[in-house]
Design a protein around this ligand. Sequence first.
Ligand code: HEC
Ligand code: HEC
Length: 241
Amino acid sequence: MKIFKLALPLLASFGLLVSATAIADTTEAYKISHGGKIYDNWAKTLMVASPTETHPSYPAVSGRTGDGTWRCKECHGWDYKGAAGAYSSGSHFSGIKGVSGVAGKSVDSIMAIIRNQTHGYTKAMISDEALSNLALFLSKGMLDPTPYVAMPGKMVKGDANRGAGLFETLCAGCHGLDGTLINFGSSDKKEFVGTVAAGNPWEMMHKLRFGQPLTPMPALLALPNQDMLDILSYTQSLPQK
Ligand code: HEC
Ligand code: HEC
């Protein structure tokens, strides 16, 4: 009887461990959410060093330099539309086309593009396994944000009242009830959840769906898009500085 009592919780925790590992190794949701974080910042997500010199394919017109020019989002945008989207003008203009055109394409064909000369990502930077998750994200994980962001005001079409409840249960524990507990900017130029939501809803949408690289912030990918939109809509009313 004693043994039985001991063995049961042991077995149960073993079972849990096994299934958790299996999920991490095989499920598409995990791979896509990992791929989305790699798109955001591959060096951070994969904990490898990024080159510090400017990416050779980064156009001089834009005036940006250094390791940031190696991030997928810097050339292709948070909205995946490159020069046809939010980066069509302004300080992030690169003139490069978006990646939305590869949605639905095979993982192998997308992997080949990211390994091409134009991109120059070596296996030491992005391993084959990481690359296949990134390609899966591009094939199946992008959400076209255009229908959800009203221009020119960038107001997100969501139910802010419903979003308040979601924010308070899913986000406030880390970011505070008004989103100002973590400052992503500096002491002179503060940046809060509200700042990102109002200023760059496309970035926020990506971060909400895939999480923030190398932090415990969860990816909401498995929730209905409506939840993400309602949270985003609510956070646009939070303090911005
Ligand atoms: C320094 C700029 C730059 C960076 C950084 C960059 N790319 Fe590209 N990418 C390009 C250029 C240039 C093209 C070719 C565009 C063309 O054909 O006109 C391209 C094309 C693509 C295409 C093909 C799009 C299509 O519809 O044909 C995909 C997919 C792609 N890139 C994915 C990525 C991913 C994923 C990353 C991050 C790991 C990345 N890129 C980082 C410059 C960049
Ligand atoms: C477990 C804690 C945690 C939870 C829960 C959490 N976050 Fe975060 N979030 C963080 C951390 C840590 C950062 C990174 C701070 C930094 O880079 O300085 C972050 C970053 C952010 C950023 C800034 C991204 C950027 O780089 O511009 C936004 C926006 C954000 N979170 C929104 C949210 C929202 C909305 C929710 C709820 C859906 C949420 N977070 C849930 C911990 C959390």
